[in-house]
Design a protein around this ligand. Sequence first.
Ligand SMILES: [Cu+2]
Length: 120
Amino acid sequence: MSREKGALRRSAAAARMAVLTAASLVICAAAPAPTVNVEIERFAFSPARLTIKAGAVIVFTNHDQVPHSLIGVMGAEEVFRSPEQIDEDESFRVILLRPGEVTYRCGLHSHMTGVISVIP
Ligand SMILES: [Cu+2]
């Protein structure tokens, strides 16, 4: 291959890369991260099981008059932890970026559990 052809090929690749970058920026601007709500009510999470896309914002809101908390794990790894007390009408939000199954529980009431499947 001549030196000139090689340079042309490289610049075409660079141009394609620039187009891809511009396209993903547009997608980000047009589609903000979706929000999924989980209500904490009567010592239970609702819905207790949900499937979300990676990057979605999950908002947990406590409607009970007693505090709750949240500890999420993926396998043996802790992936999120709320403050020790989420009081009545307070919320805690989390964004999960890695696909996989996250199980979570209340740190104050271990029988309160939920599952979030994170898909790519
Ligand atoms: Cu609790």
